[in-house]
Ligand binder design. Sequence first.
Ligand SMILES: Nc1ncnc2c1ncn2[C@@H]1O[C@H](COP(=O)(O)OP(=O)(O)OP(=O)(O)O)[C@@H](O)[C@H]1O
Ligand SMILES: [Mg+2]
Length: 238
Amino acid sequence: MLELCNISTKYGQIPMLMEVSIKVDKGEAVCLLGANGAGKTTVLKTIISMVKPIKGEVFFNGQRLDLLPSHKVIQAGIAIVPEREGLFPKLTVENNLLMGAYYEKDKQKINHRMEEVLTIFPKLKERFRRNAGTLSGGERKMLGIGRALLADPQVLLLDEPSLGLAPALVHEVYAVIERIKKEKNLAILLVEQNALKALSVVERGYALQKGGIFLEGSSAELRENKIVVESYLSSCSV
Ligand SMILES: Nc1ncnc2c1ncn2[C@@H]1O[C@H](COP(=O)(O)OP(=O)(O)OP(=O)(O)O)[C@@H](O)[C@H]1O
Ligand SMILES: [Mg+2]
């Protein structure tokens, strides 16, 4: 469904991604692990065409995404929850959620999606008329995910959803990811440094180091891999 084929990118003259190939099928959850600066966010930015590859292609259901402007990629059915959620602090929770359905003109569809999202996130229902700027870190994360779901995407890209959250909230966010996975037939690409948590919800994964994929395999294979254990699992106990 979503496929990156031999993607290389540069920031100015500096090479970043090198020959990165990643596949995510319909209904499948896949993680992309990597330390700080490995290039994880760059992979997501390349998928949504914010970073243009110097080599390689990105396909979505056979269509080239890297040739499209970002808003067309979003309209094609890809939604992203960025690292810092990218919310509008002075807008209400309701209006932040509605921004996710920006390209949908059918009011009934929007209402239906809103109901669905508020069922998944009852806290957002309580905070519906409050400004997003007044929310806690965990609530902001939920709002970021909720907004992405209002686009009714086929692919959900999540950039480090556990980052900066207390362990209890990390559990809550992951319970929600698990639920979305079960209830919606989405493809999920989950970017994480928290390998243990990510590997608990996905079927497969890739590990990125210095802009290149150096490992890929099933969750079980990655969990047992010595390099993964030494690089990520030992430092993440949440
Ligand atoms: N717009 C940019 N211009 C120049 N260099 C950049 C830019 N964005 C990222 N970089 C550099 O590219 C490298 C990879 O960045 P990226 O954000 O993709 O890493 P990451 O794996 O998401 O890291 P983190 O875990 O810190 O979020 C880093 O060295 C970063 O400093
Ligand atoms: Mg990042």
